[in-house]
Design a protein around this ligand. Structure first.
Ligand SMILES: *Cc1c(COP(=O)(O)O)cnc(C)c1O
Length: 431
């Protein structure tokens, strides 16, 4: 089973910024109160200047600070694996490769952006970061990164996950972070949602409202978001940039790139550096597929319109595919995909038909995850299992058509904290 490793000095020196290469300019975010295009100063209470600049940067290459590259060396470059054994089991002429981001300290791709975000905040003199977390992957990643760069960290964790994944909370506490179930009585936003429904399982949108409010109320505190925003997608391009070098080592080029989709960061992270060639007209036939849950189908069933990033309406309005900011997705096991919107960059690419989207239900993604685990020995995160199901479908299509396509997917994380979900699956309790 070939694994393609890079050396530590092969860690990219620059991120790839897709903004100047988009088919049309990305429409600006709007101010939540005035509904006028947002000014960079409007974001200053929430983000340090370096990240605000990255949010609207027009340079294609953005340098990765030396200290962040050194931090990346804790786990990067991540391996690229050719899943020969899976190709045989699926009896497909397709070649299947995956980039494995579960090797990071907290088990997913999220430290790729947590580290630079913590770094730029520390450079700006910030003392504490607040954030939200769904399944706990982002909260763990930011807790780790804050600890690494010497910042305090407060995480608002969606209540259903707080109850269902207690060990994620312990991990955050180990890194020195505070973890609060959301909605909480600590913020006005949390109180408002609790008043409407004291039994609510919570949602990412509500947890974002709480974290934003907490940051806005404290001068030494800023806010960090784990997905959706342009600068987050920018940091995640490190995945695709490494994968490009590794595919060259393998002597192959992907025809189809697949990632699961919650807010869009890991999908964009693997796809954008390759889509650069599609956007420039060099590889018009390259396909990229985002796989999302049927219970939270923002790309496949959402509307393309301006909407808030949170539930209560504190964040700027973003033009994106959205199910509505007051949509509370059911408490599915792929908690990291329970977000009502989609990244504006991914949304624009979908609107322009440059990328595709598919949606799956829980039963089929857990079946795919189990088949993958048995074949490759890696138990995938339930989020990543959406990508695996899409790979199985494309491999089957290749079989029917007798087409030897090359498929590359992002295995965004491992499922070692998701054994409760797998236990439910094995007991037949996933519906
Ligand atoms: C958070 C998470 C996701 C979803 O977030 P994106 O921003 O869409 O990438 C997917 N997979 C894993 C393992 C995650 O932790």
């Amino acid at each position: 089973m070939p694994i393609f490793f890079l050396n530590q000095n092969d860690i990219p020196t620059h991120y790839y910024n897709v903004l100047p290469d988009l088919p049309k300019p990305l429409p600006p975010p709007l101010h939540p109160a005035t509904k006028k295009p947002l000014q960079p100063t409007d974001l200053a209470p929430l983000f340090p200047r370096a990240l605000i600049q990255q949010e609207m940067a027009q340079e294609r290459e953005i340098e990765i600070p030396e200290e962040v590259r050194r931090a990346y060396q804790l786990y990067r470059p991540s391996p690229l694996i050719r899943a020969r054994r899976l190709e045989i089991e699926l009896d497909t002429p397709a070649k299947i490769y995956y980039k494995y981001e579960g090797v990071s300290p907290t088990g997913s791709h999220k430290p790729n952006t947590a580290l630079p975000q913590a770094y730029y905040n520390r450079q700006a003199g910030v003392r504490r970061l607040t954030t939200e977390t769904g399944a706990g992957q982002w909260g763990s990643a930011l807790s780790f990164a804050c600890n690494y760069f010497g910042l305090a960290c407060t995480v608002y964790m969606v209540k259903s996950s707080y109850a269902g994944k207690p060990y994620r909370r312990v991990m955050m506490n180990l890194f020195g972070a505070e973890c609060i179930p959301s909605p909480s009585p600590r913020t006005e936003a949390g109180k408002k949602v609790l008043a409407q429904d004291p039994e609510t399982p919570g949602s990412l949108g509500t947890a974002i409202s709480e974290a934003v409010e907490d940051a806005a109320k404290h001068d030494d505190t800023k806010y960090a978001l784990g997905s959706v925003l342009n600068h987050v997608l920018l940091h995640q391009t490190i995945i695709g940039l490494e994968a490009k070098k590794q595919m060259e080592m393998a002597g192959d080029e992907p025809d189809i790139i697949i990632g699961c989709h919650g807010g869009g960061s890991n999908f964009a992270g693997i796809a954008l550096p390759f889509l650069r060639d599609k956007l420039s007209g060099k590889r018009p036939k390259l396909r990229a597929i985002a796989a999302e849950p049927k219970s939270c189908p923002s790309l496949t069933e959402g509307r393309y319109e301006y909407d808030f990033g949170d539930t209560v309406g504190l964040t700027p309005l973003l033009l994106m595919y959205t199910l509505g900011h007051d949509f509370t997705p059911p408490a599915i096991h792929a908690g990291g995909l329970r977000y009502h919107g989609a990244a504006p960059i991914v949304s624009l690419l979908h609107k322009e038909k440059i990328i595709e989207a598919v949606a799956y239900d829980q039963q089929e993604i857990f079946s795919a995850a189990m088949a993958f685990a048995k074949n490759q020995g890696i138990v995938p995160a339930p989020e990543s299992a959406h990508a695996i199901k899409a790979v199985f479908d494309e491999a089957e299509r290749c079989k029917q058509a007798g087409a030897a396509k090359t498929i590359l997917f992002n295995l965004s994380g491992h499922g070692h904290f998701d054994m409760g979900a797998y236990q439910d699956f094995l007991a037949g309790n996933i519906h």
